[in-house]
Design a protein around this ligand. Structure first.
Ligand code: FNR
Length: 182
């Protein structure tokens, strides 16, 4: 059966390189996988009082969307050696109310990118730490650290670096196989 995969991007920036990777993934989704970008920038800061008082209108549809997915791909930059707050907030929002986490059991893929040589290792592993607690089996290999991400794309945002394109397609194939097993 077709697998429905959601992509969450940890950057709201108009020209985000992480978003460009997301679009490359959508265009190169392996057969039998449909991929869509899931917006997170509109989600209010999570406040535990919402679980008693009622949640902002943005939460319901987001939680339903996450629940409907077979798998989740996270593509994130690194902010101050960790995950950008907007992505952490999205994780928190769909993890609550207590006992009703929408993430539970969903196989994940983590991609970090950076404009430096260091490739977002800190963000990648802080994110993996949360996914352990959220009970999301996460593809271990290949790990995906994209360094100097600004050099991958042309003016139109197309991924033009061949070795990176090949690598990222191999990653998608590995993730599709991983999804089949879960
Ligand atoms: C950064 N950047 C960054 N890069 C990195 O490799 N390690 C880091 O810790 C940080 N920290 C950081 C903090 C903040 C607040 C900003 C705005 C940026 C640089 C980052 O790699 C660069 O801005 C990317 O282009 C962000 O990803 P998008 O928006 O292109 O997807």
């Amino acid at each position: 059966a077709d697998k429905k995969i959601g992509i969450l991007v940890g950057s709201l920036r108009r020209g985000s390189f992480s978003k460009k990777i997301a679009h490359f993934f959508i265009e190169n989704a392996p057969e039998g996988n449909s991929m869509e970008l899931i917006e997170i920038g509109h989600l209010e800061h999570y406040n535990q009082d919402f679980d008693e008082d009622g949640s902002p209108a943005s939460y319901g549809p987001f939680r339903e969307k996450i629940k409907s997915l077979d798998g989740v791909i996270f593509i994130t930059p690194e902010y101050n050696r960790s995950v950008p707050g907007v992505l952490k907030n999205a994780l928190d929002v769909a993890s609550r109310p207590y006992g009703q986490s929408c993430w539970d059991g969903k196989p994940a893929l983590v991609v970090s990118s950076s404009i430096s040589n260091v490739s977002g290792f800190g963000a990648n592993h802080h994110l993996r730490q949360s996914l352990v607690f959220l009970n999301m089996p996460t593809l271990q290999q290949p790990e995906v650290y994209i360094a100097n991400v600004q050099n991958l794309f042309d003016e139109e945002g197309k991924l033009t670096k061949d070795d990176s394109a090949t690598f990222l397609k191999d990653v998608l194939t590995a993730y599709a196989t991983f999804l089949e097993k879960h």
